[in-house]
Design a binder for this molecule. Structure first.
Ligand code: F6P
Length: 539
């Protein structure tokens, strides 16, 4: 049985050949180095190099990453960059942005960069997608401007004053994140709400206090087949029909954001209300597309353009910065360093900004749905850990929820502190927020000695501190694109495909079979017994 940190596989006769990555020179060198550095104290690294804080930092646009509080010295970085070189990360970046079918299992390119590029023609190789991108953006912006101007009317002629986004996963997390993070730029006067769950109480809560005659629903679904979203859309239509009568005019209360225009029109969305995106945009990479419509409605096209320009800044940085100055690559290398060589099972994302409260959930899908894989790009079972479990919450709340475990628990949990360094809010309160973030990162590293064992903080716990000039659409675009590129860089390092998600497709099928869908396989005995209790409870 081959073992590596924290991960154990018993190769089965049917498993394909194990991946060769862990036998590679760069990987072996890092494994040997980990044993050398495992007991090094970060404070000794700082004592040995007074310039460490400056040297272990990198800037990109309005972002500043301090990665000095990590179990890494110059040799570590050199070996990590050697892994990146061996993995051909630069070539992967070039292939992705050139339009090659980097999503191997689905034979598709991954062109979310096209959604924010200012190139006339893109990608360099393959079909030019920019005419379609520009057309969809123009239509999305025009519709948002009409809504903001009160020119969109419902079946009874009343102007639309409420917008409810019905979507899940990438069709929810991105727009929901943008709506919160661009709250201070939002000036539409429209009520904006989000529904994602199959739970009927989710739609019920969102509709509370809304007038049907002035409510518009955006049915956001790339495939336009997601059962939760279609269930919510059906029930939203029933809510409208109950109040306004079931007439064709109800279509004036709907818009669709989808890559499946045919399904949307068949469902009853009028052609001019379908705002497309495409198969070559992964759902978790799609907020830059028409999926971002709620944010355009809330904050307007100018602010959304600022978001896109921030992402463009980061795209250029990722493409052009040398490895040792490349922020996404450095973050990806550190993720692999702890996950694959220290056995860290999770990674905490801690935005110290309440308007970024949806950021951890968005990164969860982005990172875990992209890199939560078990075979490499050649289809071989991997014998190394892939994505860590991503979790987190906003600071300072997190300090009163789980920082105890970070400081005195038995687990290694690398953390990202994300901190807007300036704010238009109360200066004293903002300073309190920022100093708390910096204090937490410091305490994780320095620890605290004490006579009583229960008061000892071991310290030497790694974290990065990412400063944003301030939270604004452009820096937000830089931040989100940074994490997208971190994830794709990590996938290149691990030789996995970050753009498919076959694991969740299966789960959807099981749910359908439990609903008695076609070809329903007999469920397991536990599920049969639980279904019987459900049937008894619901008669
Ligand atoms: O979670 C699986 C998934 O396919 C995600 O990748 C996607 O963002 C989500 O479901 C919603 O899919 P759709 O946008 O097609 O409704």
């Amino acid at each position: 049985m081959r073992e590596c940190k924290g991960v154990h596989w018993k190769p089965q006769e049917r498993e394909p050949r194990m991946s060769a990555l862990t036998d590679s020179p760069a990987w072996r060198d890092l494994a040997a180095h980990q044993r050398e550095i495992a007991h090094t104290q970060m404070r000794d690294l700082f004592a040995a190099d007074p310039a460490r804080a400056r040297r272990y930092s990198v800037e990109a646009g309005a972002l500043y990453l301090d990665y000095s509080r990590h179990l890494a010295n110059d040799k570590t970085l050199g070996l990590l960059f050697a892994l990146a070189l061996q993995a051909g990360v630069a070539a992967d970046i070039e292939r992705m942005t050139a339009g090659d079918p980097v999503n191997g299992s689905e034979g598709r390119p991954a062109l979310h960069v096209a959604l924010r590029t200012d190139e006339q023609r893109f990608p360099p190789r393959g079909t030019d997608v920019m005419p379609a991108v520009r057309s969809a953006r123009e239509r999305t912006y025009a519709f948002a401007e009409s809504l903001r101007a009160g020119r969109v009317r419902g079946a009874t002629g009343q102007p639309i004053g409420n917008v409810v986004n019905l979507g899940v996963g990438g069709s929810d997390l991105g727009p929901r994140l943008l709506a919160g993070a661009m709250r201070r730029e939002s000036n539409s006067g429209l009520k904006l709400r989000f529904v994602a769950n199959a739970d009927p109480y989710d739609l019920e809560a969102a509709l509370g206090g809304l007038e049907p005659a002035s409510t518009l629903f955006i049915v956001a679904s790339k495939t336009f087949t997601t059962v939760e979203t279609l269930s919510n859309a059906r029930r939203a239509r029933a809510w409208l029909a109950a109040a306004l009568g079931d007439a064709p005019e109800l279509s004036s209360h709907f818009a669709a954001v989808t890559a499946n225009t045919e399904n949307a029109q068949a469902w009853g969305v009028s052609t001019e209300r379908v705002f497309p995106f495409w198969d070559w945009v992964g759902g978790r990479f799609s907020l830059w597309s028409s999926v971002g419509l709620p944010a355009v409605i809330a904050a307007g096209p100018v602010q959304f353009d600022a978001l896109l320009s921030g992402a463009r800044d980061m795209d250029a940085h990722f493409r052009e910065a040398p490895p040792e100055r490349n922020m996404p690559l450095i973050m990806a290398l550190l993720s692999v360093w702890y996950s694959a060589f220290f056995g860290a099972q999770t990674h905490a994302v801690l935005p110290y900004a309440e308007d970024l409260r949806e950021f951890p959930a968005w990164v969860q899908q982005l990172h875990m749905e992209s890199n939560g894989k078990r075979v490499d790009r050649e289809g071989h079972a991997v014998d190394y850990p892939t994505a860590p479990v991503i979790w987190g919450a906003t600071g300072t709340l997190s300090q009163h929820a789980f920082h105890q475990l970070l400081h005195q628990g038995t687990r290694l949990v690398p953390a990202d502190f994300i901190v807007p360094i300036a704010s238009d809010g109360d200066a004293a309160a903002h300073r309190l927020l920022v100093t708390n973030a910096l204090a937490q990162g410091s305490a994780l590293m320095t620890g605290a000695a004490a006579a009583e064992p229960h008061r000892v903080l071991p310290g030497n716990r790694p974290s990065s501190t990412l400063l944003l000039d301030r939270l604004a659409p452009r820096t937000l675009g830089q931040l989100l694109a940074l994490y997208e590129h971190k994830v794709t860089a990590e996938a290149a390092l691990l030789n996995i495909n970050p753009f498919d998600q076959w694991g969740v497709e299966f789960g959807k099928g099981v749910a359908r079979s439990l609903e008695g869908g076609p070809g329903a396989a007999a469920p397991d005995a536990s599920t049969v017994a639980l279904l019987k209790r459900l049937d008894r409870a619901t008669g």
